[in-house]
Design a protein around this ligand. Structure first.
Ligand SMILES: Nc1ncnc2c1ncn2[C@@H]1O[C@H](COP(=O)(O)OP(=O)(O)OP(=O)(O)O)[C@@H](O)[C@H]1O
Length: 161
């Protein structure tokens, strides 16, 4: 389970992600998550965002890799569109898997607050992580909440900023 890869600015898409995203009946493809006024309001907002953001080829490459279920490491100079891309991807992952199955993390509390997430250590249930892998695995297996989080996770985002 700890085999999930996580790096700086990582997006890990797991289990059936590609099929859910690309499948004919996929929630991602159909966008059937909102209805009525809210849906129209959301669509209008999304349309505005789409007008503003013309995804670059590299950004599209990242999205495509994630839709194939790959783990992705995003890095780049300041102002190259990492944040806007990651926020978009988090939104899509949550639409696809459900908000409770996408975990957004950062290495520090300050960084975690900035992305409305939690620290990686808190998500993982590994305390301050000062132990070897087997000990940490044992610690997780004894921690019901952490164990359930790992089992439930479909995607893990780590913002290393
Ligand atoms: N593909 C794009 N098309 C148009 N505007 C974009 C695109 N990608 C990013 N931007 C805009 O560029 C600006 C910088 O993007 P962003 O903050 O995502 O960069 P960043 O790489 O996270 O920067 P930093 O590392 O400094 O935090 C934002 O105003 C964002 O809306």
């Amino acid at each position: 389970m700890l085999g999930m890869k996580f790096f700086g600015y990582v997006l890990s898409a797991h289990r059936n992600f590609s099929t859910k995203i690309t499948g004919k009946n996929s929630k991602w493809a159909q966008g059937k998550y909102k209805s009525g006024y809210k849906a129209r309001e959301g669509e209008a907002k999304n349309a505005k965002t789409r007008e503003r953001v013309q995804w670059t080829d590299q950004q599209k490459q990242v999205m495509s890799a994630i839709s194939e279920g790959k783990s992705v490491f995003i890095t780049g100079s300041a102002g190259t569109g990492k944040t806007v891309l990651v926020k978009h991807i988090i939104k899509q992952l949550k639409k696809c898997h459900g908000p409770s199955k996408v975990f957004v993390t950062a290495p520090t509390v300050v960084a975690a607050c900035a992305i409305s997430g939690q620290t990686l250590h808190s998500f993982a249930g590994i305390g301050c992580a000062m132990a070897d892998r087997d000990t940490l695995l044992h610690r997780i297996s004894k921690n019901d909440k952490a164990y359930r989080r790992w089992r439930k996770a479909k995607a893990l985002v780590l913002d290393e900023k």
